[in-house]
Design a protein around this ligand. Structure first.
Ligand SMILES: *Cc1c(COP(=O)(O)O)cnc(C)c1O
Length: 397
């Protein structure tokens, strides 16, 4: 059994803070400090350029990538790190379209995170070849998978509601009509068990600063099924994806394997943080994590519905149709979340009216849940959210 009191101790969360936003930015693992200091003193300062070889910087895209891959059921050699998730969307969808050249439809849903849709819009404009992006309601996606579709691009767990697609069913249907599937695991990796092998996924991408706690700007990941490695076309053909980067050839030849999804020089400093954050997962069983997450989410929903008037559950009621965050609709959701934050209960707000609470068993427990409910109850009863100071919207909500 995973000992979640032990994993909680591995994080440095400010005293008095109830942090329910690990789905947006994971808190700092204590081990990150020593790891980045060691990178500075024992690697960059002392090794300088030699570090690419002596400290294996050049292969960390893969070695640390494999550790992330392990958390989504990916075998060694199928996951690499680098860049941002937006860029991984572009890479994966571009590669998927190249595999089904005779079709012109990309199917997503209207619950997808906007950057995923924006990146596809940019890609379609660049290709300028009659592509069409369809965004039905999440529940209608299955019905719209047909022989017109080249690529199905979905975020497994909806960033607002927490609604979870049935990955295995979507892939089976897409494959049966000859479509390729790209999964965005931004709200899945480190939140719920994922098994890309069992589901027979083609492409999976995600970020490492949410439930994986790698820190702001931590590198994204891309998984490509091994059966596709020799045919996948890298649209972003940077030198790190070349068959022989240090031959400095004037023209491009893709690397034979997952390396062809690398692009350029990654942030090695960020790897030192992510690597320390990933150590925590050595102590965690994903099935235990899921059980615990459901317990805490159920407790939260039950208590909010009992005690907090005027808010409506925006997440699926069935825990197996949810990821690891819970959302409530409230007309004055923005101001209410600001009032919660003033009470050191940190969740976030997603337009137009959603208050979102990430529940991460690695560091959240019953006390966090009950404290958040208590503060929410107070704010609603006293209408504290009406205060002027809770109206101001910062650059980031
Ligand atoms: C968080 C998130 C992103 C963020 O993309 P970045 O390029 O890392 O800023 C993209 N897609 C989804 C589904 C997300 O949840």
């Amino acid at each position: 059994m995973t000992d979640f009191t032990k994993t909680r101790e591995m994080f440095d969360i400010p005293a008095g803070m109830t942090y329910l936003n690990g789905n947006s930015l994971g808190p700092m693992p204590r081990a990150c400090e020593a790891s980045v200091v060691s990178f500075l003193n024992d690697e960059w300062k002392t090794e300088l350029i030699k570090g690419w070889n002596t400290k294996n910087w050049f292969t960390q895209t893969n070695t640390i990538g494999d550790r992330v891959g392990k958390l989504i059921g990916a075998p060694t050699g199928t996951t690499v790190l680098g860049d941002t998730l937006s860029i991984k969307v572009f890479q994966a969808v571009a590669a998927g379209l190249a595999m089904v050249p005779d079709r012109r439809v990309i199917l997503s849903d209207n619950g997808n995170f906007p950057t995923d849709l924006y990146m596809v819009e940019g890609l379609m404009k660049l290709k300028n070849d009659g592509y069409d992006l369809r965004t039905p309601d999440p529940l209608d996606v299955m019905d719209q998978i047909n022989e017109d579709v080249a690529v199905v691009m979905l975020t497994e767990v909806d960033y607002r509601t927490g609604y979870k697609h049935d990955m295995t069913a979507v892939i089976a249907k897409a494959h049966s009509v000859g479509a390729v599937v790209v999964w965005d695991l931004a709200h899945s990796a480190g939140a719920i068990p994922v098994d890309v092998m069992a589901a027979n996924a083609d492409f999976a991408i995600g970020c490492t600063y949410k439930f994986l706690n790698g820190g702001p700007g931590s590198p994204a990941f891309i998984y490509v099924a091994e059966r596709l490695h020799s045919s996948v076309e890298p649209a972003l053909s940077g030198w790190f994806s070349h068959a022989a980067p240090f031959a400095f050839d004037l023209s491009y030849r893709p690397a034979k394997n997952i390396e062809r999804l690398r692009i350029g020089t990654p942030s090695i400093a960020a790897f030192s943080l992510l690597s320390a954050a990933l150590d925590i997962w050595d102590h965690v069983d994903m099935n235990d994590l899921r059980t615990r997450s459901i317990e805490l989410c159920e407790l939260f929903i039950r208590e909010v519905e009992k005690r907090c008037k005027g808010v409506t559950l925006a997440s699926p009621r069935d825990p197996y149709q949810r990821g690891s965050h819970v959302s409530f609709e409230f007309e004055h959701g923005f101001a209410c979340m600001q009032a919660l934050i003033a009470e050191k209960v940190i969740g976030d707000f997603r337009a137009p009216n959603i208050m979102r609470f990430g529940i991460a068993p690695l560091f959240n427990d019953e006390k966090d849940i009950l404290r958040a409910v208590e503060k929410l109850e107070d704010i609603l009863n006293n209408e504290t959210w009406k205060e002027d100071r809770f109206r101001h919207r910062g650059l980031v909500t």
